[in-house]
Ligand binder design. Structure first.
Ligand SMILES: NC(=O)c1ccc[n+]([C@@H]2O[C@H](COP(=O)([O-])OP(=O)(O)OC[C@H]3O[C@@H](n4cnc5c(N)ncnc54)[C@H](O)[C@@H]3O)[C@@H](O)[C@H]2O)c1
Length: 369
C-alpha cells in the first residue's frame, strides 16, 4: 500500500479553537481499543485525527475512513513520524510494541499517550519514563479506570484521612472470556489470542488487566512495599497451541500485598470469572471508616461507612463529582504544557509490581518492592 502523507504543514497547526490550540493526533495500532481512543478524542474540541498507522494496511485504511476522514495512512511508524504533521501520538499496539514504538515517538519529540501495560518489563518502562522526561514531552499511560469518578473520590477520602489508618484492602478484576462468549470467540480472534501467548509479548491476565487492578488499589491506598503472587494457566489451555499462538500465558493471578503504610491487601484477577464480563471491585477498610467501589454498579458512585455508621455497619451511597477522562487530560496537558497523570513514571512503578509478581510466583515467596 502506498503511504499517503501531507508533506507541508497544515494551516490548522497555526490555528486554535476557543478551548485552545489545534492538536494534530496520530493513532498507531488500529485494532479494537484504537476505536475507543478515536471516539474519545473526537469529542474534544480542536483535536484532529491527522494520521493512522497499522501494519495491516487495510485495517489502517478502514480505520482512517471511519474516524479520520482526511487522516494520512501509514504502515510504518518511522515514516509517519518523518512525514506527517502531528503533535501527539496514541500508541494502541499490542503490549510488546509499547516500548520500542513509544521510544521512537519520544525521539521524534512528539507527546505520547501509551496503552497499558507501559512495557513488558520494568527496565524498559524506566527507560521510557526517563526518555520522555529528558525530551520534555507530555507522557501518559492509559490506566483507564482512573477515569471512574468513584475512584478519584475514594483517593480523596483516603488521603484526607476520612477512613483513619488503612488496615485492609480487597480488590478484584474479573473477566470471563475464556469460559464464555461474552466478548465473542477467543479461539478465532487474534486480539484475544496474543493475550494468551508469552511468545507474543503478553504477561497474561496479570499484564493485561492485573496492571489495572494494581493501579486501582494502590492509587488511593499508596505504594506497595511487598507482594506475593501465584499465577496459573488453567489446564483447559496449558500446553495447547492454536496456530502461531502457544497458549502459555497466565490466565489467573492472586496477590497478597503489604502497602508502605502497613495495610494488608488481597488482589486477584482471572479470565475465568464465569458470570462477569468486566468487573472491577475495590473495598478499603480503615480504623475510622470504609469504602467500596463496584464498577458494575456505577462508575460515579461509591458506598461509604463513616462516622457513627461504623457502629451499625451501615453504608451510604456517595455521588462523586464528574472528572475529566484521560484523553481530555492528555490534551489539556499538551495545551497547558503541564505534566498529565498517570504518567510514564507511574506506568513504570506499576510495571515494577508486575515484574515482582512474576518473580514471586517463580520463587514461591514474597518479593520486596
Ligand atoms: N486501557 C484499556 O482499558 C485497554 C483496553 C483494551 C486494550 N488495551 C490495550 O490496547 C492495546 C491494543 O489492544 P487491542 O485490543 O486494540 O489489540 P488489537 O490486536 O485489536 O489491535 C492492535 C493493532 O496493532 C496493530 N499493530 C501490530 N504491530 C504494529 C506495528 N508495528 N505498527 C502499527 N500497528 C501495529 C495490529 O495490526 C492491530 O491492528 C494493548 O496494549 C492492550 O493492552 C487497553
Amino acid at each position: 500500500m502506498k503511504n499517503i502523507s501531507p508533506k507541508k504543514k497544515s494551516a490548522s497547526t497555526k490555528t486554535s479553537t476557543k478551548r485552545g490550540r489545534i492538536i494534530r493526533l496520530a493513532i498507531v495500532g488500529a485494532g479494537g481499543m484504537a476505536n475507543a481512543h478515536a471516539e474519545a478524542f473526537r469529542k474534544i474540541s480542536g483535536v484532529v485525527l491527522a494520521a493512522v498507522c497499522d501494519v495491516d494496511a487495510q485495517r489502517a485504511q478502514e480505520f482512517a475512513a471511519k474516524h479520520g476522514g482526511t487522516a494520512a495512512v501509514f504502515t510504518d511508524l518511522g515514516k509517519l513520524l518523518r512525514e506527517a504533521d502531528v503533535d501527539a501520538v496514541s500508541n494502541v499496539t499490542p503490549d510488546k510494541l509499547h516500548a520500542p514504538l513509544s521510544l521512537q515517538v519520544i525521539a521524534a519529540g512528539k507527546h505520547i499517550l501509551c496503552e497499558k501495560p507501559l512495557a513488558t518489563n520494568h527496565a524498559d518502562a524506566t527507560r521510557m519514563a526517563r526518555a520522555a522526561q529528558k525530551a520534555g514531552v507530555i507522557n501518559m499511560v492509559n490506566l483507564s479506570y482512573r477515569n471512574a469518578p468513584a475512584l478519584q473520590k475514594a483517593a480523596q477520602l483516603v488521603q484526607a484521612g476520612k477512613l483513619g489508618e488503612i488496615v485492609h484492602v480487597e480488590a478484584s478484576y474479573r473477566q470471563s472470556w475464556l469460559s464464555s462468549k461474552v466478548w465473542g470467540d477467543w479461539k478465532t480472534t487474534p486480539a484475544w489470542l496474543w493475550r494468551l501467548s508469552t511468545k507474543h509479548g503478553s504477561h497474561g491476565v496479570l499484564g493485561d488487566v492485573g496492571v489495572h487492578i494494581l493501579d486501582f488499589a494502590s492509587f488511593p491506598v499508596g505504594p506497595v512495599r511487598s507482594i506475593q503472587s501465584r499465577l496459573k494457566t488453567f489446564t483447559a489451555l496449558k500446553g495447547k497451541r492454536l496456530g502461531e499462538y502457544p497458549l502459555d500465558a497466565n490466565d489467573s493471578a492472586i496477590m497478597q500485598v503489604e502497602f508502605a503504610n502497613g495495610a494488608l491487601g488481597v488482589i486477584h484477577t482471572t479470565r475465568w470469572a464465569t458470570g462477569h464480563a468486566n468487573s472491577l471491585y475495590l473495598q478499603i477498610h480503615g480504623t475510622k471508616g470504609a469504602l467500596r467501589i463496584d464498577l458494575d454498579r456505577s462508575m460515579d458512585e461509591l458506598e461509604v461507612c463513616l462516622g457513627a455508621d461504623i457502629h451499625k455497619a451501615a453504608w451510604k451511597t456517595l455521588k462523586a463529582p464528574k472528572t475529566p477522562n484521560i484523553y481530555q487530560r492528555f490534551i489539556t496537558a499538551i495545551r497547558s504544557n503541564t505534566p498529565g497523570k498517570p504518567d510514564f513514571a507511574r506506568g513504570a512503578e506499576v510495571q515494577k509490581l508486575l515484574d515482582a509478581c512474576i518473580k514471586s510466583n517463580h520463587l514461591g515467596k514474597a518479593v520486596k518492592i
